[in-house]
Design a protein around this ligand. Structure first.
Ligand SMILES: Cc1ncc(C[n+]2csc(CCOP(=O)(O)OP(=O)(O)O)c2C)c(N)n1
Length: 558
């Protein structure tokens, strides 16, 4: 057995059986070993950002890491942006990066670069096996490290969401082709940590006390069990709850207590948190503005609000902590009493506190026909139609950027129950790859990728992987033919009105990009919609036919 085979077999022993790959010469031994071990599913990605994004989507849905197979420093570097998103999502990923044989490295051949430096920017764990005896144990350690931020076992992770990290194993070619020792057995993942009883009591005192309190929940707390526990707390005490703008994974829809995402812009968050005296972090980071703006604070917590780190990070048992808190402050409210209408949004807060489950004017839940006013598609209407037609147990990948920023959450609060996967690290180009990975993770569930046009183009070749693997993904390109968010940002940083030179850098026309032609060329059947009726018809037809589809929704300026 050679070293590459030891890596592959150790990955399999440790529950890693999908590998999103873009290989080169230094990874050929690993590629050859795939034929001897069909239990490992190799998935070809035509750009490394697709491989790393797909690994992220896969693990967000299974709780188990996938492997990526990347070609030296440049291959890893091409995948960094989506590894950054995965790191921010706390997704477990195991990168296997090939390197030159050690005898070859001093020759400074063309692909020689500092792989370790590139890996360190996103990885929680980086290691190079030194001898053949290290290969099995180091590979097992890579998987354990990816799961190190918590999770008692694989089955539990898949129910509750991920709390992992990025591991990068760098394999010198001579170790890959050399004779190796046997694969290593499974290493247990470390258990989630529990919150101390004193911390539960302290949080309970705040929640049950006289001053306005809000929970900010992330990680596994956004699973159905977590949201039900938060809804119990709210029902007994009136405590509001929020989640990040674009969480890694959020359960939403009928029967699921709704939670209000914090707005993307500071002004919205200021409104949402106005009057709150205590903000209790439950597996969430303190809210900060995504960027600095002249004269504006970066921290979004209002000056009079105290922040309490009840569940410091997702390495803790977030759901368990919420349930313990619910037991203390809401012992008489049982889970079955908590309906979607008991959402944990901030409706009690006045300005800015709109409970998503109760937003007026939305189409009825899935199955009922929305009032189909046939009008040109625009920012204001597409989400309502998608929301009303969303199938049961859909996985919604949200890279809708400006087009869904304020509309998607309310439009889907009453949709059939589904999971939403968000743009955690704001490195765009995540949607199409994450959708591919999620579809491989959950072949029985429909995946709906709501994809802004500019962001789509970074990793558009992921459509080809969706076609190659015949994945059940319906991509809706929200085509406003611009980097719309950047127009607003120019103004917000004090850059004044965009003149012709600045405008040219936000404009995706001249020429218009024909997404239906691009998709068809990659093997994904595609249609174009310009009106709400066309979108509804094409979306329904795409969902009814297995395999990937793309709908290019041409949006008029609102
Ligand atoms: C990797 C990366 N490169 C560049 C950016 C900067 N950026 C943020 S949003 C954006 C444009 C997004 O345009 P689009 O996807 O069409 O969405 P829209 O703003 O039109 O809603 C860019 C270039 C980024 N966030 N990440």
């Amino acid at each position: 057995m050679n070293g590459a085979e030891t890596v592959l077999r150790t990955l399999l022993n440790n529950g890693v059986d999908v590998c999103f790959a873009n290989p080169g010469t230094s990874e050929m031994q690993f590629v050859a070993a795939l034929d001897r071990h069909p239990a490992m599913r190799g998935v070809l990605c035509l750009f490394e950002g697709v491989a790393t994004g797909a690994a992220d989507g896969y693990a967000r849905m299974t709780g188990r890491p996938a492997a990526t197979l990347l070609h030296l420093g440049p291959g890893l570097a091409n995948g960094l942006a989506n590894l950054h998103n995965a790191r921010r999502a706390r997704t477990p990923v195991v990168n296997v990066v090939g390197d030159h044989a050690r005898s070859h490295k001093p020759l400074d051949s063309p692909l020689e670069s500092d792989i370790d430096a590139a890996a360190t920017t996103v990885s929680h764990w980086v290691r190079r096996p030194i001898t053949s005896a290290d290969i099995g144990p180091d590979t097992a350690a890579a998987v354990a490290a990816a799961l190190s931020a918590g999770g008692p076992d694989v089955a539990d992770r898949s129910r509750t969401g991920t709390s992992g990290a990025i591991s990068t194993l760098i394999m010198a070619a001579d170790l890959s082709w050399g004779e190796s020792t046997p694969p290593a057995p499974r290493l247990p993942a470390p258990p989630l940590r529990s919150v101390a009883p004193a911390d539960v009591e302290a949080a309970a005192a705040l929640v049950a006390g006289p001053e306005p309190v809000a929970l900010l929940i992330d990680g596994a707390g956004l699973s159905e069990r977590g949201l039900r526990a938060a809804a119990r707390i709210r029902k007994a005490t009136g405590t509001a709850a929020f989640c990040p703008t674009w969480p890694a994974r959020l359960r939403r829809g009928t029967g699921v207590p709704a939670i209000q995402p914090l707005g993307y812009r500071a002004e919205a968050v200021n409104q949402q948190l106005a009057g709150i005296k205590h903000l209790i972090l439950v597996g969430a980071r303190e809210p900060v503005a995504s960027f600095a703006y002249p004269g504006r604070p970066g921290l979004l917590t209002p000056p009079g609000t105290r922040v309490h780190r009840f569940v410091p990070d997702a390495g803790f048992d977030v759901v368990g902590a919420l349930m313990e808190l619910a037991e203390v402050v809401a012992p008489d409210v049982v889970e079955s009493d908590v309906l979607a209408s008991d959402g944990v949004g901030a409706d009690a807060l006045g300005a800015g506190g709109v409970e998503l489950g109760a937003v007026a004017g939305l189409p009825a839940a899935q199955g009922a026909s929305p009032s189909l006013v046939n009008e040109p598609l625009c920012t204001g209407n597409w989400a309502r139609f998608i929301g009303s037609l969303l199938p049961e147990e859909a996985i919604v990948v949200d890279e809708s950027i400006t087009e869904g920023m304020n509309t998607l959450a309310p439009a889907t609060a009453d949709s059939a129950p589904h999971d939403v996967l968000g743009l955690t690290g704001l490195a765009i180009g995540q949607g199409i790859p994450v959708a591919a990975g999620a579809a491989i993770a959950c072949p029985e569930r429909p995946v709906v990728c709501l994809q802004a046009d500019g962001s789509a183009l970074y990793t558009i070749s992921g459509l080809w992987t969706q076609a190659r693997e015949n994945l059940d993904v319906t991509t809706v390109i929200l085509n406003n033919r611009s980097y719309a968010i950047l127009r607003a940002e120019l103004d917000r940083v004090g850059g004044n009105q965009a003149g012709p030179a600045a405008s040219a850098l936000f404009d995706l026309s001249r020429p218009d990009i024909d997404f239906t032609a691009v998709a068809t060329g990659m093997g994904v059947p595609a249609t174009r919609a310009t009106s709400t009726t066309e979108l509804a018809e094409q979306f329904t037809a795409a969902l009814a036919t297995p395999g990937p589809h793309l709908i290019e929704a041409i949006l008029q300026p609102s």
